[in-house]
Write a protein that binds this ligand. Structure first.
Ligand code: IMP
Ligand code: MG
Length: 176
């Protein structure tokens, strides 16, 4: 069992389970996009491994770009402001699939969806490997979900605990 920053983690979703799920998920996406070339927009850092594995399971043309979302505390008490960096391409009339490792509250996705819509893509769908249903506070549709998980803190397969653990091949949950 890995220990990260002094905390114990236990195996939660194995590499084999992830690989199996990715096959069916990518088949589904491939079917839905058989008449168009999807543009995956992947959210760094967490989604880098999931994205790499997912797109390699898809046969046919895909486009791919990466963005980062930076949060910063504004000078006012209005809370956490966000900004997106790195897109660098025109997404007008594209069929976008926004992709992340995990959707928790959904605030990150909500922010990005609204921002991307301004650039008038033809469509936007959403995809995540892990979905914490109980903590979801938004109301947008999530089109492709790898696994619905309990409200536990997880690491591995791209996900970090204070930047450590992204390279683990399986997904681990904080031991209870
Ligand atoms: P949201 O905006 O609340 O949906 O947050 C999503 C982001 O929070 C993800 O992209 C992750 O970076 C981070 N996150 C949420 N839950 C976890 C977790 O269990 N482990 C690691 N990162 C997490
Ligand atoms: Mg992330």
């Amino acid at each position: 069992m890995p220990e990260i920053h002094g905390k114990k983690f236990e195996l939660y979703i194995s590499e084999e389970e992830i690989n199996e799920r990715l096959k069916s998920l990518s088949e589904l996406i491939q079917k839905d996009y058989k008449n168009s070339t999807p543009l995956f927009i992947s959210i760094l850092n967490g989604a880098f491994i999931f994205t790499a594995d997912l797109v390699r399971n898809i046969w046919g043309e895909v486009e791919l770009s990466f963005v980062k979302v930076k949060s910063y505390h504004g000078t006012q008490s209005s809370g956490n402001a966000k900004t997106m960096i790195g897109l660098g391409i025109d997404i007008r009339d594209k069929d976008v699939i926004l992709i992340d490792d995990i959707i928790d509250t959904g605030h990150t996705f909500k922010y990005l969806i609204e921002l991307l819509k301004i650039s008038q893509p033809r469509s936007i769908k959403t995809c995540c490997l892990l979905f914490k249903k109980e903590s979801f506070k938004e109301n947008f549709q999530i089109d492709y979900i790898g696994f619905e998980i309990d409200n536990r803190f997880v690491v591995g397969y791209g996900l970090d605990y204070d930047e450590i653990g992204r390279n683990l091949k399986d997904i681990y949950a904080l031991a209870e």
